[in-house]
Ligand binder design. Sequence first.
Ligand SMILES: Nc1ncnc2c1ncn2[C@@H]1O[C@H](COP(=O)(O)OP(=O)(O)OP(=O)(O)O)[C@@H](O)[C@H]1O
Length: 301
Amino acid sequence: MTIPSLTVRNVLKRFSGQMAVDDVSFSLNPGERVALLGHNGAGKTTLFKIILGFLKSDGGDVSVLQSAPGSNAARQASAYLPESVAFPPALTGEEVLKFYARLKGRKPSEAMPLLTRVGLKDAAGRRVGTYSKGMRQRLGLAQALIGRPRLVLLDEPTTGLDPISRQTVYELIGEIAERGATVLLSSHALTELEARTDRILILSRGKLVADDVLSRLRAEAGLPIRLKVWTSPESLAEVAGRLGRGRMNGRSVELDCTSSDKIQTLSAISSLGGLVEDIDVHDPSLDDVYRHFSSVAEKEA
Ligand SMILES: Nc1ncnc2c1ncn2[C@@H]1O[C@H](COP(=O)(O)OP(=O)(O)OP(=O)(O)O)[C@@H](O)[C@H]1O
């Protein structure tokens, strides 16, 4: 039986009577890359702090690899990269990592390979005060990876990074998950998450309103799939007529379908044979899915 890396059961947290985390439950397995999404103030950071044992919940329970949050076992098994990382500016990158390695009871010799992995080998002897934001973030990731944690929590790890640095962060996330650790990351950068996470959790006003793989959330949301059927201008009317619907647009006919009638619609298009030059299929984006679940929750509230 697989032991979940993280189990959150009916967790509640109030601040001055206001619900920040409202009866949230989910469980994460080893090797999963999970995105935690939500508007500003939805409760993501509060949930992270409860999982890490920095904050006490007002109800429910959390277990990190079957240990209580904040216990020695949980601290050894987990790692955290906060949204803004701050390190003593007078220390070099190597000194910072060696310091954290000692703090985690690991050998300081773990520092250099990790610095190399995050692309900071050449800057290892430079003071952190001279690092750019992207370099500090990569140092933060290296710090989070000391001791091969089995649960890695990343709070908006790509905010403020350039495209290459973002790519490096996602490559590292992929590597961490490949060796069996669980990665839970919060982010507002939905487009880049789409192909780089396995599962989506959406928080809205402290409530968990979605928890599934993107394809199933798309189907559940029932959002339209947009099809664009390319044809010649002479065949446009015939294609639109034979499909019985669609908007004619220069050299293409655009139509919507749902995931349940997608195959049927594609087979109707393919029966048009040589009249069709090409087809574009646009599934609803993570942005569309996120908007759908957030707005449903807003309306219910
Ligand atoms: N220490 C605190 N005292 C009082 N209220 C707090 C405290 N920490 C968080 N809150 C409130 O709890 C709610 C959830 O905040 P949280 O920081 O968890 O949201 P978030 O989803 O991480 O937001 P963001 O995307 O802006 O980082 C907000 O209404 C926030 O104002």
